[in-house]
Design a protein around this ligand. Structure first.
Ligand SMILES: NC(=O)c1ccc[n+]([C@@H]2O[C@H](COP(=O)([O-])OP(=O)(O)OC[C@H]3O[C@@H](n4cnc5c(N)ncnc54)[C@H](OP(=O)(O)O)[C@@H]3O)[C@@H](O)[C@H]2O)c1
Length: 272
């Protein structure tokens, strides 16, 4: 039975992927800051495990525990992430660092602990849950965008670094998906709610439109199915999109000039 570690597994794409892979007979370690949230799960192949990706100690303990139970970790799915909504000028030092600490350094910390295990076994698959916003910028999402753009770089570099050891690295770029993301996991800078916020014009229409598009987005089940496809196909491409918004915007991003693409996004989101 292949062993999977998924981060951020208490909701959304992480949870759906954990359940789907468990049904397909993978042994899934569903890592979350709060394993209590997973105690209701019936699937016998899911083991809830504590993990805070911002803590090196927590990451080391999580991986060490799995290795007391299993010979190896075959598949790592770096999924934990959240979105910071802030203008650049108003963002606090703490908010800025926290966004990268989870979305980027969190991934690198888990990779640091898992790669030696995969390397020893000369086998592994790492799947990074990125975003179509890892290729496209949007206002008030600069820090989230930057963290996901950086994550795309991690995937590209690691593919070269790990190929020799038979470890595949892939990036999934979802469009907007109906998960807990916009309900529980958007962190909004305090200025955004203030009357005198300089970017109020964005708060009026653009932000609600994004939240609405996320809450009415695709089903996380699609991501789970795609993860299985990647695991099963050793020739799977490095980077793949999923969901309506990613499929709409990313081909356009490739085909158009930067200026023409920006014009299309401005029109679509009425950004003036
Ligand atoms: N929903 C979308 O529209 C969308 C689009 C593109 C990409 N994504 C990406 O997809 C991934 C999964 O998100 P989702 O849509 O499934 O959202 P979700 O339901 O909110 O799940 C996100 C998970 O990330 C973990 N997480 C959130 N904030 C964290 C923090 N401060 N520190 C550590 N872990 C944290 C949580 O794990 P625990 O609470 O279990 O620890 C949570 O279960 C994220 O990386 C997100 O950026 C989402």
């Amino acid at each position: 039975m292949q062993v999977v570690l998924i981060t951020g597994a208490s909701s959304g794409m992480g949870l759906e992927t954990a359940k789907y892979l468990a049904k397909q007979n993978f042994k899934v370690y569903a890592a979350t800051r709060n394993p209590q949230k997973l105690l209701h799960l019936q699937e016998k192949n899911i083991v809830p495990i504590t993990l805070d990706v911002t803590s090196p100690k927590s990451v080391e303990e999580c991986v060490a525990y799995i290795l007391t139970q299993e010979k190896t970790i075959d598949i790592l799915i770096n999924n934990a992430g959240y979105g910071l909504v802030s203008s650049v000028e108003d963002c606090t030092e703490e908010e800025m660092l926290a966004q990268f600490n989870v979305n980027l350094f969190g991934v690198l910390r888990v990779c640091k602990s898992v790669i030696p295990v995969m390397r020893e076994h000369q086998k592994g698959v790492i799947i990074n849950i990125s975003s179509f916003l890892g290729k496209i910028g949007l206002p008030l999402l600069t820090f989230y965008n930057a963290s996901k753009y950086a994550l795309e770089g991690v995937t590209d570099s690691l593919r070269y670094e790990l190929r020799e050891f038979n470890i595949r690295v892939h990036s999934i770029l979802p469009g907007f998906f109906d998960t807990q993301f916009a309900r529980d996991n958007l962190v909004v800078n305090a200025k955004v709610f203030q009357e005198n916020f300089a970017y109020k014009y964005l708060v009026k229409d653009f932000v609600p439109m994004i939240v609405d598009q996320i809450n009415n987005g695709n089903s996380a089940k699609e991501v789970a199915a795609l993860v299985l496809e990647i695991i099963e196909d050793e020739y799977f491409v490095s980077r793949v999109t999923v969901g309506e918004k990613a499929k709409k915007f990313l081909p356009m991003r490739k085909e158009l000039s930067d200026e023409d693409f920006e014009r299309r996004v401005r029109e679509y989101y009425s950004l003036g």
